[in-house]
Design a protein around this ligand. Structure first.
Ligand SMILES: [Zn+2]
Ligand SMILES: [Zn+2]
Length: 272
């Protein structure tokens, strides 16, 4: 019996003798099946070729990625808090180096994930660190490997204590979530957004999409909903889903002007 992993999205599936027939996450319009058809791998096969890479982002925040890159190749983030650390988003590869390094940084109290594209091997991480996984209930249908460690939360916000709050934005996924960390950026506040609020190469801006690989935009109502969901929170910095995708300062204004620009573009044509 093997926990197969989809090679395109990095999601781990329940125990089975043979690879699953398909990956529902990649069959969905927000992902894709590669030109060579559905490919499967396993955690052991991945660990032979990939390792985890952990590096500081700012005081109290570490990036957790994979080298060489795999699947969507997001990097997760570890937020260090006095009452226990939070792992934001997740990656497929989990090796001894990650366990040793993260335990030396204080372990993991809870895991929270922005949306199904980063569910990856969350159950392996949960078991390795004895930490529950917080997912928004609106995306429950996309959990491929159910487990008792998963805690579904409902509504618009979920406080995890210690100045950490999960905020449901919707948009890219119905349960699309970001994490607010009030003490981040030297106390000015930080948002960890995955690709729910996607930091673009021009780091003065962010963007919002229904499907990134298939370039399907969100409508104006959904973009406004995402921007409105984070408006009550104080923050000056955003960490997106990949290394280097960071709005270092003035991020709250960046979200406002990006939502305005996006809505102008889809309603009236290209921005002037
Ligand atoms: Zn997949
Ligand atoms: Zn995504």
């Amino acid at each position: 019996m093997t926990h197969y992993v989809c090679a395109t999205c990095g999601t781990q599936f329940p125990d089975s003798d043979a690879p699953p027939p398909d990956c529902p996450i990649c069959q969905d319009q927000r992902q894709y099946v590669g030109a060579n058809g559905q490919q499967w791998t396993t955690l052991d096969a991945l660990k032979a070729k990939h390792h985890t890479h952990i590096a500081p982002e700012e005081p109290g925040l570490y990036g957790v990625g994979m080298e060489p890159g795999f699947a969507i190749n997001q990097r997760a983030l570890l937020v260090q808090r006095p009452d226990g650390n939070i792992l934001w988003d997740c990656i497929t590869v989990l090796d001894d180096m990650a366990v040793t390094t993260i335990n030396a940084l204080g372990g993991i109290k809870a895991i929270a994930i922005s949306h199904p594209h980063y569910y990856s091997s969350m159950v392996e991480w949960s078991h390795a660190f004895d930490a529950p996984v917080y997912l928004h209930a609106a995306d429950q249908q996309w959990v491929m490997r159910p487990d008792a460690s998963i805690r579904y939360w409902d509504g618009e916000t979920c406080p995890l204590g210690d100045g950490i709050t999960l905020v449901r934005c919707g948009g890219h996924f119905a349960g699309g979530t970001v994490l607010h960390w009030d003490a981040g950026a030297e106390g000015r506040g930080v948002l960890l957004t995955g690709d729910i609020i996607n930091v673009v190469p021009d780091r003065r801006y962010v963007s919002f999409m229904y499907s990134f690989p298939n370039l399907i935009p969100l409508n104006a109502r959904a973009v406004r909903q995402v921007a409105d969901a984070v408006e009550p929170f104080e923050y000056s910095r955003i960490y997106g889903a990949w290394w280097g995708r960071v709005v270092p300062d003035d991020a709250k204004a960046a979200v406002r002007r990006s939502a305005d620009r996006y809505i102008r573009a889809i309603e009236d044509g290209l921005p002037a």
